[in-house]
Design a protein around this ligand. Sequence first.
Ligand SMILES: [Zn+2]
Length: 338
Amino acid sequence: MQAIQVDQAGGPEVLRYREVPTPTPGPGMVRVKVHAAGVNHREIWVRQGTVGGASYPYIPGSDAAGEIDALGDGVDGSLEAGLRVVINPGVFCGKCAACLAGDHPACAAYRLVEGTYAEHVIVPQSNVVPMPTGLTFAEAASIGVPFVTAEAAWQAAGVLPGQTVVVFGASGGLGTAAVQLGKLRGARVIAVTRRSTKVEALRKLHSDEVVVWDPARPLEGEIKDLTAGRGADVVLDSLGKASFGLSLTMVHRGGLVITVGATTGGQVDVNLAEIFRRRISVIGAFMGSAAILPRILPLFARGQLMPVIDHVYPLEQADQAHEQLERGDVVGKVVLEV
Ligand SMILES: [Zn+2]
């Protein structure tokens, strides 16, 4: 099969399009013929070597949609060749206390599916979810990681109808998911973007307010103005270095900051007094329970959620897809068509 393979850490040029052996599913596993694979920031960090654990060579990619084309021994009878599926990207042991509680990302064995930048990928049978009708493969492949992460973050924050939430990086894959899921929870969503060219797209997602962040202007004041001086209830921060200090000042006393990514860098300089004196909670969010994806997929079929795709590249142009995502020049997702 054709696949993108990485032999060493580096820039987008280490994503090599080449022929590799087509894998055969073992017991309890299914093989999915990939039609589209979503590109996530995490794959850039793994490629660069900033997120460790890669054993070379490897095929990147955790999100995909396609159809089952081979079954390992003992696979459940409800799954058959030809079934269109979305890959649920979290893999876990299923037996530990965290797994039994449904808190899969807390499982010591938790990892993401790897290998969707390819014509075929093998996943455990529990990692495929039937694909809703009315979605294209590219749309279905753009849901997994961002929507599961955003939904888990709002769930962890316990966001309530009428609360005000701020979403940094609102035009990215995670951001566009967070804006929509925040609205669905009844929150008032303030979307923050650094590019004025993205305002229209964020309005289309029904953001209550869209703030263009010019680092020369005090964003904190703008958020105070929009909240009658009080500050936000929750800030979702996926930028890290560029915004984390601001996030702490933007929530009201007793408010909550969720750190969910670090697209501008992970080393931040924080005055702890900001946190303890103002009784701010900071939580980290990474992925979520395996129950989330099957729960929210029907909302796409009903039009209550919308996959947002910026650009679709053919698989062999994975390097260009990574370059675009690294530039931050996206509204929504970048997807590979296989
Ligand atoms: Zn477990």
